[in-house]
Ligand binder design. Sequence first.
Ligand code: NAG
Ligand code: NAG
Ligand code: NAG
Ligand code: NAG
Length: 296
Amino acid sequence: MNLKLFSLSLLLFEASCFTEFEITVPRGPVTGFYGEALILPCTFPVDSWDLSSTVITWQRKLDVVHSFYYSRDQLDRQNPHYGKRTSLFIQEMATGNASLKLDRVTLLDAGVYTCSISTNTGSQKKSFKVNIAAFYSEPRLQFSMLTDRLNLLVTSDGGYPSPKLQWLMENSDITNQTQTHFMQDTQTGLYIVSSWINLTEVTNSSLTFILHNKPLGQDIRREIQLYSDKTRREGQSAYRCHGCSILISVILLLIVMGLLFVFITRRRRTEQTKQNDGLKSQISASSFASMRHNVV
Ligand SMILES: *[C@@H]1O[C@H](CO)[C@@H](O)[C@H](O)[C@H]1NC(C)=O
Ligand SMILES: *[C@@H]1O[C@H](CO)[C@@H](O)[C@H](O)[C@H]1NC(C)=O
Ligand SMILES: *[C@@H]1O[C@H](CO)[C@@H](O)[C@H](O)[C@H]1NC(C)=O
Ligand SMILES: *[C@@H]1O[C@H](CO)[C@@H](O)[C@H](O)[C@H]1NC(C)=O
């Protein structure tokens, strides 16, 4: 009886001791920036802590990322992928800091990382996800004037993951009138994005290009003000006016001819007693000729 109680209390003691040793890692995924250093956080309790009995192991699946025991880094079994890129904050270890610094991260560093800690007071391991992301560069705009349309191309590169693109024309979505290509750099795996739109008619309007890189909360929003091709519009109206002027001259000519006819016949009827009549008809005739010249 006594022995049973004792072992039960021992079990309880062990259980409470075990739950007391709780390491802490991020709850959600951690995002690292391509090319920069990333700290993978992990902390452990340090009551009556002893350095020499501490074992810290960082792993990604079965790969050893970094390990520490006998009071120093032990890198014999480190995966070469992490070679010369990892370090612990040894000065901070007494405060329970087992975080790992990983330098120059690339897309190949993404994955699930496990922090395992064993000390004289307990042991535990916990995992969390690491994503790598990169900011997209300032977009470059390229206009191509083609005979029947304007081709507008926007490119941005060096980003990750693939972004969401949107095009707006005066606040209405015209994304499905555009084309977008995503290419991945064979070396870095980063994306090169090109998106273009063909405008067959340019009106005074605002065109907005939006690139959204969700994990980094990066929003590139660039507004392009379009102005209608004024010379072309003037050309069009000039063409219309040219047609109009021909029509107007023809009508005027007909009116003048009609008036002239009436004028001459009336003058003939009332007879040629006044001499300036001839002069008048001469003027009319000359204006008639100049009018005719204009039309031809
Ligand atoms: C561990 O120490 C490093 C260096 O001082 C610090 O940047 C990091 O935030 C610390 N980690 C935690 C979880 O306290
Ligand atoms: C383009 O988008 C508009 C509005 O969002 C939609 O009504 C239309 O069906 C889409 N066209 C195509 C070809 O997807
Ligand atoms: C725009 O014009 C180019 C050149 O003719 C063509 O290759 C492309 O598919 C067009 N893009 C769209 C979105 O219509
Ligand atoms: C477009 O805007 C410009 C400058 O504000 C103006 O000169 C032009 O007449 C406008 N064109 C049209 C078609 O409204």
